[in-house]
Design a protein. Structure first.
Length: 731
């Protein structure tokens, strides 16, 4: 509604104003009536005055006529001229009064006519009387009578007029009384109206005063409220706990506290210069929501807090919770509250990630997470997604572990397990077997912790299970592999032994040659000594048999291993050996670390032999450090590309190390410092590396320990495969 209309409406609605208006109208009306009354009364007074004057004049006229009559009668009866002395004066008075009378009654047509007639009669009769007086010679009674008759006519006319005037006077007096009554009424009515109006005005004024007092009281309370609210808002603004802004509907930010500026990375100068605008600060996808907010604010005056984002000065985004309300004093301005949600969002994200990590951990570490109640019945089972052959979800809920089908362990083991459960003790790696879908055994290892409520009452177990069928198979495979390695070890040891064995074989052959030459010499002698020849030949047969035995034995040993030339990944080969020896290292308190270059080219050769080399070096290092009394026990295994187009493998330890003189000796066959040692390990290792076209050496580690290194050359063959791993090569 436009403002002026509403104001004028309010103005008219005020009862006091209405009363004042009524009062004014009353005054005007009574003024009008009063004036009319005053005029009428004045006219009445004038009429009364004139009436009195007319009557007085008529009386005077009568008196003068009486004088005239007395004078004439005296003269006519006596003819004494003395009677005629005042004669002219009286006549003149009569004429004057008759004329004055005419003027006085000019407003009254009837009286005016009578007055005219009287004046004429007076003039005529006076002339008649003058004639009579002039013509009389003696005293004359009849003349006097005639004169009296003439004057009687005048008198009767005067009396007529007097009667009329008297009648008028009565009428005027009646009217005057009527006026008095009207006056009294008018005054009474006026006084009553004024009194009533005054009463009403007073009542209204009182009501208005009460209303005003109440309004003022309310106003004061409101002011107090506003002040208190202002103070609270100010405190909120200054506290800088939340961002507070004062904005215009068009988006301009007029005021902002430090918290808001800091949240968005702006400073006070940006604000003062008027550069801050809510629309510019809002990312495009939030602008529609903002328009709705403004509409809601205009409609309701306030808006429910909601989450959105703002741009920081550096262009990044900050998640916020905003709420707002319009300022009543100004329909175009509002105050907004802005809470930085970054930390909450981060916490939410951290929680989500932690949950995800936990889930991942569970997924990859265990095959099942389970919970049981106080009677050991399953209440929850969550199987890993990757788990094949998991029971149908929910199929085992409500059953105990021994109520579901199992193949192992035996009754005795179950009895012990139940004792543990009933004692509410934790348990670890309880292994059991279940029948698989194909009837084979599925091995499961279960661990659990008892759960107690706040009061300390046992409420059940919570734990995890691992399907260990694969592990068991792997263990078996490992055992087979170790056996194979042991065999390879033996065979290659023999291969290396051939050098020494050749020496043994050489000996009978040399002896054979010597004996053969001796026999020839005995045969060439004259005469030949056949006994000596026979002895020599016997020795040759012995030597030959010996050599044959040696060679036969060697052939039997190495016959089993055909020469191999596979492509293989050195990193994978090393990791397998590390896995094999990790428990041994842990047992000796040794930390084993690897730094294996990724994506090295594949190598060609006997993977098993080279694994044996690495195994040997690792075991030597573990043994060497096992003898130490103190100090860190650390073992590093690394691979890298060597400068000379090959792969360099380094095994480094922090053991007692080697004396400089022994750097080469250790590679000698049968060199050993161990009471039970063979002294063949390193000799064999070197011969294997060299058989692959590489070389091997030892050096000192700093500050202590030994370093064993070997290089394996890359094949420069066109057919070298790419260095990627084949997916199934990890087996
Ligand atoms: P064995 O282990 O049977 O003695 P090896 O040929 O493997 O035969 O080792 C020969 C010798 O070299 C060992 O007896 C030991 O004295 C020395 N040796 C080997 N490796 C190390 C090492 N990492 N640290 C110190 N000495 C070593």
């Amino acid at each position: 509604m436009p403002v002026p209309q509403s104001q004028s409406f309010r103005w008219f609605a005020r009862p006091l104003a209405l009363v004042v208006a009524a009062l004014l109208i009353t005054v005007a009306v009574s003024g009008f009536f009063g004036l009319q009354y005053w005029q009428e009364q004045r006219a009445a007074n004038l009429a009364q005055e004139r009436n009195s004057e007319v009557l007085e004049t008529l009386e005077r006229l009568k008196t003068v006529i009486a004088d005239v009559e007395a004078q004439r009668r005296g003269y006519l009866l006596t003819l004494d001229p003395h009677y005629l002395k005042a004669y002219g004066v009286s006549d003149e008075s009569v004429r004057r009064d008759a004329q004055a009378l005419q003027t006085l009654v000019a407003g009254d047509p009837l009286q005016s006519h009578r007055a005219g007639h009287l004046a004429e009669t007076v003039a005529a009769k006076l002339r008649e009387i003058d004639e009579i007086v002039k013509t009389v010679r003696t005293y004359s009674g009849p003349a006097a009578m005639a004169m009296i008759r003439s004057l009687d006519e005048i008198r009767s006319q005067i009396d007529q007029m007097v009667d009329h005037e008297r009648y008028l006077r009565v009428d005027l007096e009646k009217r005057s009384k009527g006026f008095e009554r009207r006056k009294a009424w008018l005054i009474t009515i006026a006084v009553t109206i004024v009194a009533v109006l005054a009463g009403v005005a007073l009542a209204l004024a009182r009501r208005e005063a009460v209303r005003r007092r109440k309004a003022i009281a309310e106003n004061i309370a409101l002011q107090g409220d506003i002040l208190a609210r202002d103070k609270k808002i100010r405190r909120l603004v200054d506290a800088n706990i939340v961002g507070v802004i004062i904005w215009e509907v068009d988006g301009r930010i007029l005021e902002a506290n430090d918290a808001f500026l800091k949240m968005l990375g702006y400073d006070r100068e940006d604000l003062v210069s008027g550069r801050l605008n809510r629309t510019d600060l809002t990312p495009p996808e939030w602008r529609l929501r903002d328009l709705r907010t403004v509409a809601e604010l205009r409609r309701m005056g306030t808006v429910q807090p909601f989450e959105k984002e703002y741009f920081r000065k550096d262009g990044s985004r900050v998640p916020v919770l905003v709420g707002g309300t319009m300022l009543e004093r100004n329909q175009n301005q509002g105050v907004g509250f802005v809470l930085d949600l970054t930390e909450r969002k981060q916490a939410e994200e951290a929680l989500r990630q932690s949950e995800e990590r936990f889930r991942t951990l569970v997924q990859f570490s265990f095959d099942v997470y389970w919970e049981t109640d106080a009677q050991h019945r399953f209440t929850l089972q969550e199987f890993a997604e990757s788990l094949a052959d998991a029971p149908a979800p929910g199929s085992e809920i409500g059953k105990t572990r021994w109520e579901v089908p199992y193949l192992e362990p035996d009754e005795e083991a179950w009895r012990k397990h139940r004792e543990t459960l009933d004692a509410h003790l934790p348990f670890r790696d309880f292994e059991l077997a279940r029948p698989g879908p194909d009837g084979s055994k599925r091995y499961v290892s279960v661990s659990g912790l008892p759960v107690f409520d706040k009061a300390g009452h046992f409420v059940g177990y919570r734990g995890v299970g691992r399907h260990i069928t694969e592990r068991r198979r792997a263990e078996e495979a490992l055992r087979a592999m170790q056996a194979e390695l042991a065999h390879a070890n033996r065979v290659t040891a023999m291969g290396q032994l051939s050098a020494s064995i050749a020496h043994e074989v050489n000996q009978p052959i040399a002896a054979t040659v010597t004996n053969a030459q001796a026999a020839l010499r005995w045969l060439r002698a004259q005469p030949p000594d056949l006994k000596e020849v026979r002895d020599s030949l016997d020795r040759i047969v012995e030597d030959g048999k010996r050599a044959g035995n040696v060679i036969g034995g060697i052939r039997a040993l190495i016959h089993k291993v055909p020469p191999r030339k596979d492509w293989f990944d050195i990193k994978e080969a090393i990791l397998e050996m590390v896995g094999l020896t990790r428990s041994e290292a842990v047992k000796h308190g040794i930390s084993m670390q690897t730094r294996l270059a990724a994506a090295l080219p594949l190598l060609q050769g006997d993977r098993t032999q080279l694994q044996q080399v690495i195994l040997n070096l690792i075991l030597n290092a573990i043994e060497a450090m096992g003898e130490l009394d103190d100090g860190n026990r650390e073992l590093w295994i690394s691979t890298e590309m060597a400068a000379e187009a090959g792969v360099l493998v380094t095994v480094r330890d922090s053991g007692p190390g080697l004396a400089p003189a022994d750097m080469e000796n250790v590679f000698e066959a049968f060199y050993t410092t161990k009471p039970m040692g063979m002294g063949m390990g390193l000799a064999i290792c070197r011969s294997m590396v060299e058989a692959h076209g590489g070389r091997m050496w030892a050096s000192a580690n700093e500050p202590r320990g030994a370093v064993f290194q070997f290089i394996l050359p890359l094949q420069r063959d066109e057919s070298v495969p790419a260095p990627q791993l084949e997916p199934n090569s990890a087996a």
